[in-house]
Design a protein around this ligand. Sequence first.
Ligand code: FAD
Length: 416
Amino acid sequence: MRYSALRLLKEGLTGQKGWTPHWRDPAPKDDYDIVLIGGGGHGLSTAYYLAKNHGLTNVAVLEKGYLGGGNVGRNTTIVRANYFLDGNSQFYSHSLKLWEGLEQELNYNVMHSQRGLINLFHSDGQRDAFARRGNAMVNQGDDAILLDREGVREHLPYLDFDNTRFPVYGGLLHPRGGTARHDAVAWGYARGADRRGVDLIQNCEVTGIDVAAGRVTGVQTTRGPIRARKVGIVTAGRSGQVAAMAGMRLPIESHVLQAFVTEGLKPVIDHVVSFGMGHFYISQSDKGGLVFGGDLDFYASYAQRGNLPMAEHVMEAGMTLMPMIGKARVLRSWGGIMDMTPDGSPIIDKTHIDGLYVDCGWCYGGFKAVPASGWCFAHLIARDAPHEVAAKYRLDRFRTGHLLDEEGTGSQHNLH
Ligand SMILES: Cc1cc2nc3c(=O)[nH]c(=O)nc-3n(C[C@H](O)[C@H](O)[C@H](O)COP(=O)(O)OP(=O)(O)OC[C@H]3O[C@@H](n4cnc5c(N)ncnc54)[C@H](O)[C@@H]3O)c2cc1C
């Protein structure tokens, strides 16, 4: 079923009886050409592009819970292409271009809103760093505007500009940055993949990966064994555990990241804003809630919930930057499991086992990467060669030392 204004009108006038389910609920077959483990944003976009770009449809996505129940439905929805390093900037630039056509591509409203993102700076040194980043973004073909203090005031008059510890010096505006509705992205890709013949199998946990003579031959699941010629691991925070089923040890640590949302308010924050002197970022959802988050909880865990010290730290950062939010009541908070690499950049690569591929290490920036990650991982699986914009996301860079360390904080997982 195609969605359109006409369809909405027709259903509205005929009692909403004609809508069909977004996707089928097939039983798993015994055998597929390709099995993708994980029905999050990256698994679903990979399935979609395998079918769309490469004509490969004998594909199953195996999801242990429900589609979109992982991080893809838990993030703060920020979409941007403001990376600095060669390798990252091309990839995220490609992703943003895909975002810009995604709703038409999927015939699905993912509520992509390019409201502009402003990264604030609070010292001369930070201004230099942001100016350099802005130049790199413009060189890459993306957009960046360096704002002075008064320029920021025009956009964000509610900030505490004269905060004693962290006065606002200016900001880097990325006009094409913004937000999208997170779970709609998962649903849109799921619907698109299903329509092209991919089997999306929920409540199907992979419990083992079968390897014979150095080649992957299939997977063991809670719904029985499934043979496959190629297997892709796309399990975000669970990547280390799933790769271990094939005897691999990935350079990944899993950490908790929390997010918070307030009661619905009238429009007050038009942009995505991030604080340069602490880890704090905020936007306002279309329902009116202020959606914000901060840093990792600073210990490795598989729990999808966080602890109070980080909640307090995030609230403090928010109050420092924009004291007016002290009046809003926080309604909910939640956590997700982040797959942190030692350099903060992801991995999209083959493994030493023939037919086994990994797409992981998205740290806390993997939502905006969903379109390009699917595009490039599908390319890798279909052609056995990396896509040019993801060619630097090699697994062996942690052995050879060719790190992509965007933050410059060294090889500590929890500092990226
Ligand atoms: C609080 C928070 C805020 C964030 N904010 C942003 C942001 O603003 N912008 C941004 O770009 N990124 C953000 N992120 C990061 C982003 O959400 C993740 O990097 C991204 O969603 C990870 O990829 P995914 O969608 O495929 O993961 P997931 O949705 O977690 O998908 C992985 C799936 O694998 C399944 N799985 C695991 N093990 C198995 C198994 N054995 N068998 C079968 N299935 C299995 C899981 O159930 C899960 O559904 C944030 C994350 C969090 C938690």
